[in-house]
Design a protein around this ligand. Structure first.
Ligand code: PEP
Ligand code: MG
Length: 772
């Protein structure tokens, strides 16, 4: 039989219908009001691949090294195409369509139900596909798409990593009548964390998707199950709802004004839902999280799962507890496939690396995910961001990473985009789930479950740290003798950075321009030619040079460690280093690869030709004068006259600070402190190692002593001094440097206005002291 009706499914059918369908069958058998459905069994899928003869090719196609991302992408595409392009056998087709007709001629939901329930996280096995509002004409295609979901990159990778054989995993598909819900939500039959006999109901208007996606905060009802008293009712302002559009698709609509603050569930409805909840709970013998919908006064059970979040330790004392605290955990979490799960009172801490507070829906992004999954206003949760995530980061309302510090890619880019961020939150990707509503505080470095700030549209409007910073002070830019510039790492941020009124760009990193091509410089040149490589750099720099003209823009030549290059196409030719921070990066790489370096220099030359005389050239990670003199002669080779252009070096190794006399003699116009590196090398504290982060102190006397000596020598040699490391945003560093007589300070975009004020305050104090 290619299909089985829910009524015919028993506990023994788990292997042929998968977990999701088995549980619906069980609920149906218990007499609960489940919308009717049939299941395309796992045997049907298996006979489809075997009878059509694609099985051998399919399993061979996915027998690859899953760490090879290109091979993985190609394997997934090949396997999915095989399934999608193979005709469904006529007998299966007929059976499916006649089952559909038997259910009545209305649209259905089609969901995959993987049978590999023994996998630790079955969602990875390929059960994440769900299609709503599927018509008869599309039914067969959607079923095949569910089958093909067994072979997404993510699913292949996961099975391979976990040591599961691809040949052992099958998939069933549930085809279920769509309920045109007037109201829907979730019912926890016991308190989700204490297990107390307190039922929690969440309810919103329309289809469940608005609650599931976190687009709406639902009403919340707390009921004492013993007395039946409704102890607490929190009526939310429900601005949006999901409804069925004219063509059957799910669309988001504004809730009519009169219904926004209207209570969704009447006491009678709560009573009916509780009765059903109790039946589900007694059927399973443990507290349940029940997904429900009400259509035309009929209550439906859509799904039920045990509540897995009950804390065993507190469960004993649960009776005494009030259930009201659960009201904080309003928006239900969502597992893959849009299923609701019990809310956990999540609270994470990390480093607040880009200011602002924002509430949004979690979108967990793994390296294999399609970035299209990140929608406008989502909160990206990922191990660490990469350059190819920048378009998604722009759409996001906030960013949370497991790894990284204040100078990580996520921190730098989010600041420049004005997107609040918390980095280094350690296990965020494990503890947060797609669809959960969380509030992120980029100042405090916290991420909390639910909406802990107002969700008023006005207050939720794009937080703009630059605007926020300005609004705390007078809008007039303070006049300072010390220049206050700004750091820029992505050309997209140039306009926004220029609007701060900064005196120029103190550091324009070009790494992003290169890394975002997803190719190492060598591979890029091999594939597209030298001219195109130069164009990439010219276009990126030009965006900033144009936005700031005639204010100076200090452009640093390439400084990415080899581990970042190794992740790109062509990365296999990069050295594999034990400690890339002490390795092949900055000027040492450039001098070792003069061919590539000269292409960068030719980009500068072109910019000068184009009239961007505000562009300055800065060399990273120099150790001594020899580095500088060799670079200078390469500049000459491409036609740049060092005497006519403004150029200088980063001081970010203790050696360069100690050799500052020689560096000045080499003819530089400026130095800029890279305190991120200067601190790591002076204190021997890896800047990316969270384990020693408490020892990373840019204000350490040893670091300040080196800086003080450099400023003194440079003043005598008439060489300008600046800072462009993260510490430039710290008031204590600003005070120290202005006292020492630094020429300019280049902080992050969000700190510009504060630094301008701080500089002004210190300068005024110095003036006062001089006349007293
Ligand atoms: C620094 O080291 O302080 C610096 C600005 O360079 P980066 O963070 O890019 O290494
Ligand atoms: Mg550096």
């Amino acid at each position: 039989m290619p299909t089985l009706w829910l009524d015919d499914i028993g506990a023994d059918d788990l292997d042929v219908v998968g977990g999701k369908a088995a549980s619906l069958g069980e609920l149906t058998a218990a007499g609960l009001p489940v919308p009717s459905a049939f299941v395309v069994t796992a045997d049907t899928y298996r006979s489809f691949i075997e009878a059509s003869g694609i099985d051998t090719e399919l399993f061979e196609a996915v027998d690859i090294d899953s760490d090879d991302s290109q091979a993985l992408a190609a394997a997934a595409e090949h396997a999915q195409d095989l399934i999608l392009e193979t005709d469904t056998p006529p007998s299966v087709r007929e059976d499916l369509l006649s089952a559909y007709d038997e259910m009545g001629d209305s649209d259905v939901a089609v969901r995959s139900s993987a049978t590999a329930e023994d996998l630790p996280d079955a969602s990875f096995a390929g059960q994440q596909e769900t299609f709503l509002n599927v018509s008869r004409a599309d039914l067969l295609d959607r079923v095949k798409e569910c089958w093909a979901s067994l072979f997404t990159q993510r699913a292949i990778y996961y099975r391979q990593e976990q040591g599961f054989s691809h040949t052992d995993v099958d998939i069933a598909v549930v085809v279920q009548e769509m309920v045109d819900a007037e109201k829907s939500g979730v019912l926890f039959t016991s308190h989700p964390s204490t297990g107390a006999p307190t039922a929690i109901l969440e309810a919103a208007w329309g289809l469940g998707e608005a609650v599931v996606s976190g687009a709406v905060s639902p009403d919340n009802y707390v009921v004492d199950r013993e007395s039946g008293d409704i102890e607490e009712v929190t009526v939310a302002d429900k601005k949006v709802m999901c409804v069925r559009g004219e063509d059957g698709e799910t669309i988001e609509r504004s809730v009519p004004e009169a219904k926004r603050t209207e209570r969704v569930l009447s006491p009678e409805e709560i009573d009916r839902l509780l009765t059903i909840g109790e039946r589900v709970e007694s059927h399973y013998g443990e507290p349940q999280d029940v997904e429900w919908a009400i259509d035309d006064d009929t209550v439906y059970v859509l799904q039920s799962r045990p509540i897995t979040t009950i804390d065993e330790e507190t469960a004993g004392s649960a009776d005494a507890e009030s259930g009201s605290e659960a009201t904080n955990a309003t928006a239900a979490g969502v597992a893959d496939g849009g299923e609701m799960e019990a809310p956990e009172d999540v609270r994470l801490t990390g480093i607040g690396s880009s200011p602002g507070t924002v509430t949004g829906t979690v979108s967990v992004v793994t390296k294999l995910d399609n970035l299209d999954k990140v929608s406008e206003g989502d909160i990206i949760v990922t191990e660490m961001t990469t350059p190819d995530m920048v378009p998604a980061m722009k759409r996001a309302a906030g960013i949370v990473t497991d790894e990284g510090g204040m100078t990580s890619h996520a921190a730098i880019v989010s600041r420049e985009l004005g997107v609040p961020a918390v980095v280094g939150a350690e296990d965020a990707t494990d503890r947060l789930r797609d669809g959960q509503t969380v509030t992120l505080d980029g100042d405090m470095g916290t991420v909390e479950q639910g909406t802990t700030v107002s969700t008023d549209d006005d207050e939720q409007a794009e937080p703009d740290p630059v605007a926020q910073a300005s609004s705390e002070h007078s809008p007039v830019k303070p006049m300072t003798g010390t220049e206050v510039k700004v750091n820029v790492s992505i050309p997209e941020a140039a306009e926004r950075a220029a609007a701060t009124g900064a005196d120029g760009v103190g550091l324009l990193r070009i790494e992003h321009m290169i890394l975002s091509t997803d190719k190492t410089p060598a591979r890029y040149v091999e594939d597209h030619g030298e001219r195109a490589y130069i164009d990439e750099i010219v276009e990126g720099v030009r965006t900033a040079a144009e936005a700031f003209y005639p204010r100076p823009v200090r452009v640093r030549t390439l400084d990415a460690p080899s581990d970042e290059f190794r992740q790109l196409q062509g990365g296999e030719d990069e050295p594999s280093e034990h400690n890339p921070m002490l390795g092949y990066r900055g000027i040492r790489r450039s001098l070792d690869r003069p061919g590539e370096f000269k292409l960068e220099l030719r980009a500068f030359e072109r910019l000068f030709d184009l009239g961007y005389d505000n562009v300055e050239l800065m060399l990273p990670l120099v150790t001594d004068a020899e580095d500088v003199l060799r670079a200078k002669s390469l500049m000459r080779e491409v036609g740049i006259d060092p005497e006519k252009r403004n150029w200088g070096v980063m001081v970010e190794t203790p050696a360069s600070a100690l050799c500052i006399d020689e560096l000045c003699e080499a003819g530089i116009d400026f130095v800029s402190f890279g305190t991120n590196d200067l601190t790591q090398y002076t204190l021997a504290v890896d800047r990316n190692n969270g384990g020693v982060a408490d020892r990373f102190d840019e204000l350490h006397p040893a670091v300040l002593d080196l800086m003080s000596r450099v400023i003194g020598t440079c003043r005598e040699a008439d060489v300008a001094t600046s800072i462009c490391g993260q510490a430039a945003s710290k008031p204590e560093m600003v005070q120290f440097l202005v006292d020492e007589g630094v020429t300019s300070i280049s902080p992050n975009i969000d700190a510009v206005r504060d630094v301008q004020h701080e500089v002004k305050r210190v300068e005024q104090r110095l003036l006062l002291e001089s006349v007293r």
